[in-house]
Design a protein around this ligand. Structure first.
Ligand code: EPU
Length: 424
């Protein structure tokens, strides 16, 4: 196993380019199962999670090749409908193949994802939605088994809570269904917009992109198409906060600032100087600004609210402020695993239920330590804290980071950070 070593307290300067979004790439790769032919996806990040979904679709019969960041996926011979525990246990998003398999083959058997480090994460909304379209579902021996006797039939589905992957699964299950499907209280994340764009390129008929009500008029056929993956807004937010925490002056390119409304607002309120272009963000955090960094409260919400996937990173940044802030996590019930690790670096954080109170220790308040990565975004908060901390930090279990951050070491090194990997 590898660990990450960071020698902190160095300003970040220069330019860094963002990769395609992990959470858009996963559903778009799954959507290639819907129609035979060779699909072309551009700007696909090469990550542990994208490799996992590619391993899954290969098992189902797809053949793919990568040329730089473009993937060519031939899904002509999809004939297998089962995904084993070994693949699902490493990535919950594997359930994204359920919708396309039900459409294409009329059946699917996918290992039920268990709970994970951030919460229980059930899939009842997915199942309920499929049943509304006429699918039979059973949960036995740790597997979800779903099948249809006839073609899928359009229906109205109301989600209790907007769920990102449930919305995506139902979009993929209804695009070829007979009649019209309406998804109410649907999630509105930009990654869902990207999936709608791909399904539309394939010949689907979907209305309501960007809103919480999606109307899908079933079409009789889809064709393979070419679609670009949107830039990763969570990676962008992570680098923004790394620069704000460590100080310096740097430009993030290849990003979509309009996908980060809540974070940009909070960072500006805290005193980070930000200048947005249409595809770039310039951050200026000189030593005076670092000293004056204010404590600002956040509450995680569905999009366009503050993203839960950027909660841990904000906590790391707030540990360096000169104020106090309250961070409330409303999406997942157990997403404070990073707190104990941030404390090892010197952060003052108190938790009560789903709230954390962070008492900032100022820009020089953290110092290096040995810490452990617990999940993907928790790990990136440790990287941010380590970049700002004095001395050396060792982060173990970095396979979590490799699930979602492409070329992290090279990108940070390019900004002037001292960071490298070593064997444990
Ligand atoms: N929920 C249910 N039942 C369901 C589905 C969801 O109760 O059937 C609950 C969840 O437990 C949670 C809430 O609804 O409390 C929202 O969860 P959601 O379904 O939206 O999460 P997800 O689709 O499983 C995606 C991202 C996560 C991100 C969340 C929230 C992908 C592949 N994953 O997960 O990304 O945190 O939305 O924005 O898109 C990450 O990238 O690190 C990550 C965890």
């Amino acid at each position: 196993m590898e660990k990450l070593i960071i020698e902190g307290s160095r300003e970040l300067v220069g330019q860094v380019t963002m990769s395609g979004a992990k959470n858009a790439a996963l559903p778009l790769i799954a959507a290639t199962l819907l129609a035979p032919g060779t699909h072309e996806l551009t700007n696909v990040p090469d990550l542990r999670d994208t490799r996992t979904i590619l391993a899954i679709i290969s098992e189902l019969g797809c053949v793919w090749r990568r040329q730089d960041s473009t993937l060519f996926i031939d899904s002509t011979n999809v004939d297998y409908s089962e995904v084993s525990y070994d693949l699902v246990k490493t990535m919950r998003a594997s359930v994204l193949v359920l919708g396309p398999l039900l459409t294409r083959l009329g059946r699917a058997k996918v290992s039920l994802p268990g709970g994970c480090a951030i919460g229980e994460r059930p899939i009842n909304f997915h199942i309920h939605g499929f049943e509304r379209l006429g699918v039979h579902c059973t949960l036995e021996h740790g597997y979800v088994e779903a099948w249809r006797d006839t073609e899928l039939r359009g229906s109205t589905i109301h989600f209790d809570i907007p769920s990102v992957t449930a919305t995506e699964n139902l979009l993929m299950a209804s695009v070829l269904a007979r009649g019209t499907t309406v998804l109410k209280n649907a999630a509105r994340e930009p990654e869902i917009g990207n999936l709608i764009e791909m399904l539309t390129n394939m010949g689907g008929d979907i209305e309501g992109k960007g809103t919480d009500q999606l109307t899908i008029r079933g079409v009789s056929k889809l064709k393979a198409a070419r679609t670009a993956i949107i830039p990763d807004r969570i990676e962008t937010g992570t680098y923004l906060m790394a620069i704000a925490a460590a100080g310096g002056q740097a430009t993030i390119t290849g990003c979509q600032p309009r996908h980060l409304p809540a974070l940009l607002d909070k960072l500006m309120e805290a005193g980070v100087e930000i200048d947005c272009g249409s595809n770039s963000i310039k951050v200026n955090m000189d030593s005076q600004r670092r000293k004056r960094l204010k404590g600002v409260d956040i509450k995680t919400m569905v999009y366009p609210g503050y993203p839960t996937d950027l909660q841990a990173q904000f906590m790391a940044l707030m540990s360096l402020s000169s104020g106090i802030c309250v961070i409330k996590e409303t999406i997942f019930e157990n997403r404070f695993m990073h707190v104990a690790e941030l404390r090892r670096l010197g952060a003052h954080i108190r938790t009560e239920g789903n709230s954390a109170v962070v008492t900032g220790r100022g820009p020089a308040g953290l110092s290096g330590a040995r810490v452990m990565a617990t999940d993907l975004r928790a790990s990136s908060s440790l990287v941010i804290a380590a970049l700002a901390a004095s001395g050396r930090t060792e982060i173990s279990r970095i396979y979590h980071l490799e699930r979602g951050y492409e070329n992290l070491v090279d990108k940070l090194t390019g900004l002037g950070a001292r960071v490298w990997k070593e064997n444990e």
